[in-house]
Write a protein that binds this ligand. Structure first.
Ligand SMILES: NC(=O)c1ccc[n+]([C@@H]2O[C@H](COP(=O)([O-])OP(=O)(O)OC[C@H]3O[C@@H](n4cnc5c(N)ncnc54)[C@H](O)[C@@H]3O)[C@@H](O)[C@H]2O)c1
Ligand SMILES: [Zn+2]
Ligand SMILES: [Zn+2]
Length: 362
């Protein structure tokens, strides 16, 4: 029987989200229904509400979730009812040109449920990042449900499903931070702080946090930042040079998604340094760089989609790191909220009051 439940819907560009009745179909071949236990409020949900991702409204928001498999369709062999899972927005197909070339983290045909969830009147919903988890039950492709150790509480584990994985992976997988590297992270929200935690775990010698909010900089220290720069008070490029013998950093990570911070990160690198863009810009944004600087400074300019992660490899590994005290996921959870409080969660995120508000479902 299709499940009747309610979900957080963005109905139109810029309109406040509302909790609406939705219908979750029975799982078809290769699909699973997951009972969501917790789901973080990510900036990307707000990008959807603002129409900055695409205009396929209505959206069912929420994509940073952990829960328990409730029901599986035919031909599902990786999970069974009762399994504790984190939902992934990447489920490599195994057969596209990237997967066949051994780079499944660039999969071009990542799997999602074939059937849409709908509003009560049958209107199909666009599920945020192919998940849609601000709801009691959600339908995903089985490959999106990654089994992890149930000892990890869902409020913390779910954050690996997006922001923490994206930031940690930007540092470790995309930038490939090495022991002894100097690293600067622009933007210390959940994603930037996860990049700081990743760089620290990878053995970076210096990790410089840059933000425009003093509270964020204070929190960044808790994740391993060795230095902090308030970009409202100091030019961050000059300050980063001053902290690195005048050279700049080996790795600069942009976790805001704005041209000015991207440009700063570009110039804050040492020669042949790596720049990683993990922040998501909106379609109107452009950067103006001197082409000779792009050439002359050398190095690598990379984008990081989901931290170049392989969920089936990285989620269980990071859950183990959490359970053994090597990755402090609890520190990302600023507050837990109910499902009817997502709009207030957006406001707190925009005001800089939280790293993550996490919706907990009964
Ligand atoms: N690439 C991916 O796969 C991926 C995944 C998840 C999220 N994201 C993106 O990462 C970005 C960060 O997400 P988040 O959840 O941490 O958001 P957030 O809003 O919590 O954090 C953004 C931070 O940037 C800071 N900031 C704003 N302007 C700044 C400036 N001029 N200089 C320095 N810092 C500045 C803010 O104070 C804030 O601390 C968003 O664009 C989000 O969409 C990307
Ligand atoms: Zn593929
Ligand atoms: Zn996200």
């Amino acid at each position: 029987m299709p499940r009747q439940t309610s979900g957080v819907i963005a109905a139109a560009k810029g309109a406040p989200v509302t909790l609406e009745p939705i219908v979750v179909p029975d799982p078809g071949t290769g699909e699973v229904v997951v009972r969501v236990q917790a789901c973080g409020v990510c900036h990307t949900d707000l990008h959807y509400r603002e129409g900055a991702i695409n205009d396929e409204f209505p959206f069912l928001l929420g994509h940073e979730a952990a829960g328990v498999v409730a029901e599986v369709g035919d031909a599902v062999d990786n999970v069974a009812p009762g399994d504790y899972v984190i939902l992934a927005w990447r489920a490599p197909c195994g057969t596209c040109r990237s997967c066949r070339a051994g780079r499944p983290w660039y999969c071009f045909d990542s799997r999602n449920a074939a059937q849409p969830m709908t509003l009560a009147d049958g209107t199909p919903l666009s599920a945020a990042l192919g998940i849609g988890a601000f709801c009691e039950y959600t339908l995903v492709h089985a490959g999106q449900a990654v089994k992890v150790d149930p000892a990890a509480r869902p409020e913390a584990a779910g954050l690996l499903g997006c922001g923490v994985m994206a930031g940690w992976g930007a540092a470790v997988n995309t930038a490939g931070v090495r022991r002894g590297d100097t690293v600067a992270v622009f933007g210390c929200g959940g994603v930037g702080d996860a990049a700081i935690a990743g760089a620290t775990m990878a053995g970076a010698r210096t990790v410089i946090a840059v933000d425009v909010d003093a509270r964020k900089l204070e929190w960044a220290r808790g994740f391993g930042a060795t230095h902090t720069i308030d970009a409202r008070e100091t030019d961050p490029v000059d300050a980063i040079r001053a902290l690195t013998d005048g050279f700049g950093v080996d790795v600069a990570i942009e976790a805001v998604g704005r041209p000015e911070t991207y440009t700063q990160a570009f110039h804050a690198r040492d020669h042949a340094g790596t720049l990683v863009l993990v922040g998501v810009p909106d379609p109107s944004m452009r950067v103006d760089l001197r082409l000779l600087d792009v050439f002359g400074r050398g190095g690598a300019l990379k984008s990081s989609w989901y931290g170049d992660c392989l969920p089936s490899r990285d989620f269980p590994m990071l859950v183990d790191a959490y359970l053994t005290g090597r990755l402090d996921l609890d520190r990302f959870v600023s507050e837990t909220i109910t499902i009817d409080d997502v709009e207030a969660g957006f406001a707190k995120m925009q005001a800089g009051d939280v790293l993550r508000s996490v919706v907990v479902l009964p």
